[in-house]
Design a protein around this ligand. Structure first.
Ligand code: SAM
Length: 252
């Protein structure tokens, strides 16, 4: 069993070091959770091999793929995608990197840019499983960031260079993306965006994926009715669970 207590912080209280470096909750003045940074390497709600193989097939003849990882938290998701591309779809790596990884929370973004992340043995096993046991090529083991951990890992330059981190609020940023070949990850974060924004965001995402794009959500989104919202705005799920493609809409 994995027990991962989190630290709590808000604007009135100092940040308490967290049990796992990437597991922080932000509370509002009423004590309600308004944000969580929980993430992990190779989060199991996406079949990373199937997803990257789908990318390789879809973008075989495309010059450039714009991969944007919104709500990237500490970078675990972006590193997972970079490792998956290198291992399962090397032929499209050059046109896919750097992955642009964005988050609204400046605190977690600072951690992502700084690098080290406390991990469990299972994280290292997952990295080895998906990279043909090449953990050492991509990460250094460094002292744990927290006394409850034995060690942390820091991505090596060869991996870190594949990601460009940037501060952004997805609700204001999607409009700025290029108009074609966008692969947009927006996973396990809709809960924090406000239900009133779902239709607006789904429409923006449709606009930015309708020209040869894809959209990826997380399992968490199922609890909040996001798949239904996406369908209303013209998306359909591909053969890879949680990966959506836009369907041509009839013009009036
Ligand atoms: C639970 S984590 C999900 C991390 C990762 N996508 C995953 O699935 O493992 C949610 C992340 O969404 C980010 N977030 C919340 N609101 C956001 C917004 N408006 N724009 C961009 N990121 C946001 C949070 O800061 C947090 O890091």
């Amino acid at each position: 069993m994995r027990i991962s207590p989190v630290a709590y912080f808000n604007t009135c209280r100092p940040i308490v070091p967290s049990f796992k470096s990437n597991e922080l909750e932000t509370l509002n003045e009423n004590g309600e959770v308004v944000n969580r940074n929980v993430t992990e390497l190779f989060r199991a709600d996406l079949r990373w091999q199937e997803f990257t193989e789908l990318l390789a097939e879809k973008y075989y003849n495309t010059d450039r793929i714009n991969i944007v990882d919104y709500a990237c938290s500490d970078g675990s998701e972006a590193y997972t995608l970079a490792l998956s591309l290198m291992n399962y779809a090397p032929e499209i790596c050059e046109k896919s990197f750097p992955i642009i990884a964005k988050d609204f929370d400046k605190h977690i973004l600072r951690q992502a840019i700084a690098g080290p992340c406390n991990v469990f043995n299972s994280d290292i096993d997952a990295i080895n499983d998906h990279t043909n046991n090449r953990f050492d090529d991509y990460f250094n083991i460094v002292p744990a960031q927290d006394s409850d951990f034995i060690f942390a890992i820091r991505p090596k330059k060869i991996l870190k260079d594949k990601i460009f981190f940037e501060h952004a609020n997805i609700l204001e940023d999607v409009q700025r993306l290029p108009d074609e070949n966008n692969v947009i990850l927006c996973r396990n974060c809709w809960e924090y965006l406000g239900k009133q924004n779902f239709h607006y965001l789904a429409e923006q995402l449709y606009e930015k994926t309708k020209n040869n794009g894809l959209l990826v959500i997380g399992k968490h989104e199922e609890k909040f009715g996001v798949p239904e919202v996406l369908k209303k705005h013209g998306f359909r799920e591909t053969q890879v669970k949680h990966v959506y493609e836009p369907v041509k809409r009839m013009t009036a």
